[in-house]
Design a protein around this ligand. Structure first.
Ligand SMILES: *[C@@H]1O[C@H](CO)[C@@H](O)[C@H](O)[C@H]1NC(C)=O
Ligand SMILES: *[C@@H]1O[C@H](CO)[C@@H](O)[C@H](O)[C@H]1NC(C)=O
Ligand SMILES: *[C@@H]1O[C@H](CO)[C@@H](O)[C@H](O)[C@H]1NC(C)=O
Ligand SMILES: *[C@@H]1O[C@H](CO)[C@@H](O)[C@H](O)[C@H]1NC(C)=O
Ligand SMILES: *[C@@H]1O[C@H](CO)[C@@H](O)[C@H](O)[C@H]1NC(C)=O
Ligand SMILES: *[C@@H]1O[C@H](CO)[C@@H](O)[C@H](O)[C@H]1NC(C)=O
Ligand SMILES: *[C@@H]1O[C@H](CO)[C@@H](O)[C@H](O)[C@H]1NC(C)=O
Length: 496
């Protein structure tokens, strides 16, 4: 009852135009539970409501040296730890492992501003073995009365030496004490290291730049591209209606290595890709603009141009780019995952690589390991925000596939030529490629996950797909009564 041992792996329906991305469920949980120090500490936490299972949501994901690092933002009360890890890899007989607070229980202590308070995402410098943790400070952000005791900060922790490297508190004009919402982070190793962090704030959204060398941060604003598009503030995910104006959320960093007319170019001026959650557009801004502090002077707006690539078919919350410029991102309203080779035009180059109404309900995060495996975290945030979690059902899943890419972080040591043969399928998509037949659930599994005993009840059946799509085409009756006064991803979504 406590831990579910599941002896099957369900295979998702995947439609791929390039390589056949086969996604399989590798972990699944009804709710989050932890490796408590003792039975007493567990029962005390339950009794004192320091642990409320239905209030804990998994949000961010990274995969590094044998562990999945999973964040649990304190959007509601009763979240005992905000950064955790579990072992990654094929330890398949426990598919619902307990989460271990990371680096320790103490470093996750609620109300202690030295400790981690509210972590939405992390990034790991794979060469130095250091995890960069963005801590929004405020907790219970989904409630009417968020707790604003601690300031937003950035913490760097060395995973190999097991020690803190840095704790940096953002100044008020960069990440405001009670108005900011640090959402996502990408790392750029140029010039001793920069982090680009999205501030999903309702009042003052932007991209925060942190220079490790200078221990200094600033914020670049561009309202036209970083604020929500009112026309894209309303959408449905299965039978849940999302009515929200949400600003810039996920980020992806483009590779340093570029291929242009057959030549390989090394270029430190990279692109940071971003999209407001409430928007159909994908934008990018170059890192040379972000790194130029003068652009941020006087808390002003960037006056130059950003790149607008055009539109996607739905809103996006999770995204990740590999080291060859292949972008993976969620399409929330269609329960799908898309991929775009950034060397092709956006409008014609986007491909849906997996779609499933049941298994891909709110794809929130993506992570690469170093071996070409892409893991996807599905968290049903659409239900969580409306208190509709049913603890008798699976609410969280990790779904993985070997897509043959590596994180954008591997750009420096990536030898473009050495992989020319094995990776050629990834480089170009042409119109002659035909979509493959959808995979048959339960039969088409990658060999590396065993045991693979299909369980009929776990497979996405065509019936469930039909039922779901019926409900998602139901009349949009909420429109007439919706309220739009949304501030950010923590304080969001009006009910209707
Ligand atoms: C949570 O995990 C602990 C072990 O750390 C276990 O004793 C407890 O029964 C679990 N609770 C639930 C509700 O799964
Ligand atoms: C990742 O991919 C490699 C093959 O490239 C495979 O051997 C390994 O088992 C995969 N790991 C997981 C967790 O799927
Ligand atoms: C799971 O695998 C581990 C290591 O292979 C083994 O020690 C353990 O007994 C297994 N658990 C179950 C429930 O099969
Ligand atoms: C929070 O923000 C409001 C403006 O919206 C401001 O008046 C107030 O002083 C802020 N509180 C703190 C503690 O900074
Ligand atoms: C931005 O784009 C506009 C319209 O394309 C152009 O007129 C203007 O010169 C550009 N500004 C900069 C700074 O490149
Ligand atoms: C919760 O899920 C279980 C299993 O799917 C179902 O039997 C039950 O009716 C659900 N409860 C609610 C309140 O929807
Ligand atoms: C490309 O791959 C082929 C076969 O795998 C190899 O013979 C060739 O040397 C490679 N080219 C480069 C530039 O590495």
């Amino acid at each position: 009852m406590l831990l579910k041992n599941i002896s099957y792996f369900a295979c998702l329906i995947a439609i791929s135009h390039v390589t056949s991305a086969k996604f399989r469920v590798i972990r699944e949980w009804n709710y989050v539970n932890f490796t408590w120090p003792s039975i007493t500490s567990y029962s005390d936490a339950l009794q004192q409501q320091k642990y409320i299972p239905e209030n804990v949501i998994m949000a961010g994901l990274k995969d590094f040296e044998g562990f999945y690092y999973v964040t649990m933002p304190r959007m509601k009360s009763g979240v005992p730890a905000t950064l955790t890890r579990i072992s990654s890899g094929i330890s398949a007989n426990d598919t619902a492992p307990l989460f271990t607070p990371f680096p320790s229980w103490q470093m996750n202590e609620l109300g202690n501003c030295e400790a981690l308070q509210n972590v939405q995402n992390v990034e790991i410098d794979v060469f130095k073995g250091q995890i960069w943790i963005i801590d929004g400070g405020r907790t219970e952000t989904l409630g009417t009365d968020p707790d604003i005791k601690c300031k937003p900060k950035l913490v760097i922790y060395d995973l190999r030496k097991e020690e803190n490297v840095l704790s940096y508190t953002f100044p008020e004009n960069v990440a405001s004490f009670n108005g900011s919402f640090l959402y996502d982070i990408v790392l750029d190793n140029t010039d001793d290291g920069y982090a680009y962090i999205s501030d999903n704030s309702g009042r003052d959204p932007g991209i925060i730049v942190f220079s490790l060398k200078e221990r200094h941060s600033w914020k670049i604003r561009h309202s036209q591209s970083m604020r929500a598009d009112p026309k894209a503030s309303y959408f449905r995910v299965n039978d849940v209606t999302i009515t929200a104006s949400l600003n810039i959320a996920s980020l992806a960093l483009g590779p340093r290595i570029k291929s242009s007319e057959g030549n390989v170019i090394l270029d430190d001026d990279r692109e940071v890709f971003y999209a407001p959650l409430s928007s159909l557009h994908l934008y990018s801004i170059s890192t040379s603009v972000l790194r130029n502090q003068e652009v941020a002077f006087h808390d002003g707006e960037y006056q130059g141009n950003v790149t607008d690539y055009g539109t996607k078919s739905s809103q996006t919350v999770g995204m990740l780019m590999d080291n060859k410029g292949m972008l993976y991102y969620s399409l929330l309203a269609s329960n799908s995952i898309a991929r775009w080779d950034s060397s092709t035009p956006f409008q014609t180059g986007q491909k849906i690589i997996a779609k499933d109404d049941r298994y891909l309900e709110w794809v929130n995060a993506f992570a690469f390991d170093g071996q070409g495996n892409l893991t996807i975290l599905v968290n049903r945030l659409n239900r969580f925000i409306y208190d509709k979690f049913n603890l008798s059902e699976v609410n969280f899943r990790l779904i993985a596939s070997n897509v043959g890419g590596k994180s954008y972080l591997y750009d420096e040591r990536y030898n473009y030529h050495s992989e020319n043969g094995t990776q050629s399928t990834n480089s170009i998509t042409t119109s002659t490629e035909k979509p493959q037949n959808p995979l048959k659930p339960g039969t088409d599994q990658d060999p590396y996950l065993a045991p693979a005993v299909p369980d009929p009840t776990a497979e996405p059946s065509s019936e469930s797909t039909i039922t779901q799509s019926k409900s998602s085409s139901a009349p949009l009756s909420c429109l007439s009564i919706m309220v739009l006064f949304i501030v950010n991803l923590g304080v969001l979504f009006t009910n209707c």
